[in-house]
Design a protein around this ligand. Sequence first.
Ligand code: PMP
Length: 393
Amino acid sequence: MEFRLAKRMSNLKASEIRELLKLAEMPEIISFAGGMPAPELFPIKEMELVTKKVLEDQGKLALQYGPTEGYRPLRKIIAEQRMKKSGVNADENNILVTSGSQQGLDFTGRIFLDKDDIVICESPSYLGAINAFKAYEPKFVEVPMDDNGMIIEELEKALSENPTAKFIYTIPDFQNPTGKTLSVDRRKRMVELAEKYNIPIIEDNPYGELIYEGDVLPSIKSFDKNGIVVYLGTFSKTFCPGLRIGWVCADKEILSKYIIVKQGADLQTNSMSQREAAIFMENYNLNDHINKIKEVYKKRRDLMLETMKQEFPENCTFTYPKGGLFTWVTLPEGLDAAKILEICLKENVAFVPGGSFFPNGGHSNHFRLNFSNMTEEKIVEGIKRLGKVLRSL
Ligand code: PMP
């Protein structure tokens, strides 16, 4: 059968790297490829009790359809606890519960993008966002970063050269894939620029609460006085990704567009999951749980970076993330991380080659390493294996 597919499908191809990375799931491979939390830290015992309580106390509602906007007590908790922690004054009417923040990304594409519209993003950026937006056939203008995130002068240049761009997409905290953080001063300046050029900012912030030094930084949205920032949040990295609970926090007018497309996409986020998340947070302190996670990840980060310092050749550089899950390695120009991955897989160690994080291609001399998902023992062994390959090139 030759299916008459939509033209947009030609933009959406399964990448060769994805095929290669399937190998990384084999048990003998030490994989730094995924972006997954450590499963041994999931609150399984607590969730057992919570799930029972949800079914006993509100089973009929938990298994029934619910409002598109989400379970009101959960929206209230998100506004009053999570958004407040990043400096945002919001109430439940500013919150739409989504199926992970990935759904918020897809909806952003659906709401803002027609074919050939321009998206301004960091160079490199989150692969899942690039792919979600690509379904709507935009063009990407990549803004270079330094150690303090997007370079503001370069952002202004991109905005003045592309006055009709639809939005700025940014991951300000411990970015995926680089681990870099946008400085607080630049957050203020980004909002000023967005106002000057009349363009919304899509702030995607899954990692902000996983900060290993100091307090949570004020989000870009916390500097937003005119409703120009749409904030995407999630419990995937701080709680349980399998529940698929994320949210959009925005002013009511733009939020209403997200609610309309949510109705068309899936009517509502899972009623049971939303209640499980809410009841967990009513009975336990999520901040205590996050502190436990942070302690383990900080140790893993320190160990990975220390081992990389010892094992990697001097011509490889890498970032020192202050939070989140990733470090970003830069190899000498001319080396291709996708080819190196093939060699590494034979040594039973894996990472994600960096090229696919650049929507316009190029930059194959980078790769991303995750430090949250492997035990300390495997981190040391895996980095040693990687170091051996890198030194042999
Ligand atoms: N944004 C970024 C930057 C991410 O890294 C991820 C997960 N890897 C997501 C969004 C999507 O997360 P979820 O749908 O699980 O909330």
